[in-house]
Ligand binder design. Structure first.
Ligand code: ATP
Ligand code: MG
Ligand code: MG
Ligand code: MG
Length: 467
């Protein structure tokens, strides 16, 4: 069996042998981009190189980049526990050309790596290109010899990439692996493509144009290449399992989570969520994020509280989540020495959050259970309840929604917003009264109120007065 660690090394070696500089993963908090919540792709650390603002003494690079997609533009938090292929934290394997090679070599490398180096059967691989990209289509069909039956052209949604509204952009070509008819889902471009049968493994981005403020696209003088392949998805393919959660690394984390929660059913969905979330939680802390009520810190808090609640669902009401850091180090410590170095710090931050949430979790769960029992056939948890859980019991709205979804219920987010606005207005009126009259007033527990802020993730409203 090819382990995840061996596969990471194999990818880096393959491209290093082809004159690619092996560059370490950058941290999850981007150094050069305040607009981006987390590093969500391999190209992030090279953004300025692609833009021509920064020079490196190499024109080809290869990385295994740690990524988090749990907020902002790419948010896979809601997919965890529901698809076989999405994580909040994953590693993206990527090769890059900064004005060096272009489509022909990028496609050639990808095909050779998959079919020769890894020996994957060509009949299992499906390819897409952007609908207008005849150049890439010709390379795939005429030079590589991919069968037209497993080839399709797709629209801009999946197959055209841009860095922003202006700047570098270009067509993509994606490679999918067919896990076989026993798994549900249709081929890329078909109406039921969202299943787990045809799994997207590799995205090759051809940075070909520069888009100006008017939307005009001019060819870049030195086009570039940016590719990204999910290490866990590739490991699933090589290990002959269709779910990422069945690869070596996740099997071990899931076993550790089962041990820490006392759960005996290794197939329980909550174990998968916990195993996923320990990776994002631990690495976000390694990279300097701490749980809080705003921005990045609030995303981390939401991930951690979700994991803690899944442990509670499995019957574990004692702190357990921090104990998984050791198991994570067994799996990933060799590749990420910074994780090993930060072990004690990471465990302490996680334990603190577990202790803090433990104060309100059980009571909040009781209130939620009562609300669900009182729904009388309705399927939406009222906004008032969602707000009360959020405001008094520290349940982020997505945590309540996660529990609701398990029961086939929804949450009334509009009602939640209204309850929030209501409280805000009350507090404002009260504080105005206070300043107008020049007297101290008792807001009955609302005295610490300092207002609200919307963090980057549109669905999340953050109250600044908690904590
Ligand atoms: P999908 O359509 O499956 O959500 P994507 O098109 O959003 O994937 P890209 O942005 O093209 O993904 O990223 C490049 C590669 O990174 C993907 O082809 C996939 O192998 C991997 N990847 C993307 N998102 C995740 C995730 N949440 N968990 C694990 N791997 C991922
Ligand atoms: Mg996606
Ligand atoms: Mg996709
Ligand atoms: Mg993609």
């Amino acid at each position: 069996m090819t382990t995840s660690a061996e596969l990471r090394a194999s990818f880096l070696d393959y491209f290093a042998q082809r004159q690619h500089e092996q560059v370490p993963s950058s941290p999850l908090v981007p150094a050069n981009d305040p607009t981006l919540l987390f590093t969500n792709a391999g190209m992030v650390q090279f953004k300025d190189v692609f833009l021509g603002r920064e020079r490196r003494d190499y024109s080809r690079a290869v990385t295994s980049q740690r990524c988090v997609r749990a907020g902002g533009k790419h948010n896979d938090l809601e997919n965890v526990g529901y698809t076989a292929r999405h994580h909040t934290f994953f590693e993206m394997l990527g090769n890059f050309s900064f004005g060096d090679y272009f489509k022909r070599e990028a496609i050639g490398f990808a095909w050779e790596y998959l079919t020769v180096e890894l020996g994957l059967p060509a009949e299992r691989l499906w390819v897409t290109v952007y609908e207008d990209d005849d150049e890439a289509a010709d390379i795939w069909l005429k030079e590589v010899g991919v069968s037209a039956e497993r080839f399709s052209r797709c629209g801009a949604k999946d197959n055209f990439w841009s860095m922003g509204d202006t700047g570098p952009c270009g067509p993509c070509s994606e490679i999918f692996y067919d896990h076989g008819p026993e798994v549900a889902g249709g081929p890329p471009g078909s109406p039921d493509e969202d299943g787990d049968r045809y799994v997207e493994i590799w995205n090759l981005v051809f940075m070909q144009f520069n888009r100006d403020a008017e939307g005009n696209m001019t060819p870049l003088p030195r086009p570039s290449v940016d590719t990204g392949m999910g290490l866990e998805r590739l490991a699933a393919v090589l290990q002959g399992v269709h779910s990422n959660y069945d690869i070596d690394l996740f099997r071990n984390l899931i076993a550790a989570a089962a041990e820490a929660t006392g759960c005996e059913d290794l197939g329980d969905k909550s174990l998968r969520v916990i195993a996923d979330h320990i990776r994002s939680s631990a690495f976000l802390i390694v990279d300097g994020v701490t749980p809080g009520n705003e921005g990045r810190g609030y995303v981390l808090r939401r991930i951690m509280r979700r994991a803690i609640r899944h442990g509670y669902r499995l019957g574990q009401s004692q702190p357990f989540f921090h104990r998984l850091v050791a198991a994570l180090i067994t799996e990933m410590g060799a590749a990420y020495p910074e994780l090993v170095a930060a072990q004690a710090h990471v465990e302490r931050i996680i334990l603190l959050e577990e202790q803090r949430f433990a104060e309100t979790l059980e009571h909040g769960m009781r209130i939620l259970e009562e609300a669900i029992a009182g729904l009388a056939g309705k399927h939406i948890i009222p906004g008032e309840t969602v707000f009360k859980l959020y405001d008094t019991y520290g349940f982020p709205t997505d945590l309540t929604a996660d529990i609701a979804r398990e029961r086939g219920l929804g949450v009334d987010l509009e009602g939640f917003e209204a309850a929030m606005a209501d409280q805000k207005a009350r507090a404002r009126a009260a504080s105005q009264f206070g300043s107008d009259q020049g007297v101290e007033i008792d807001l009955q527990g609302e005295t610490e109120f300092r207002g609200y802020e919307r963090c980057e993730d549109e669905a999340t409203v953050v109250a600044l007065y908690r904590d």
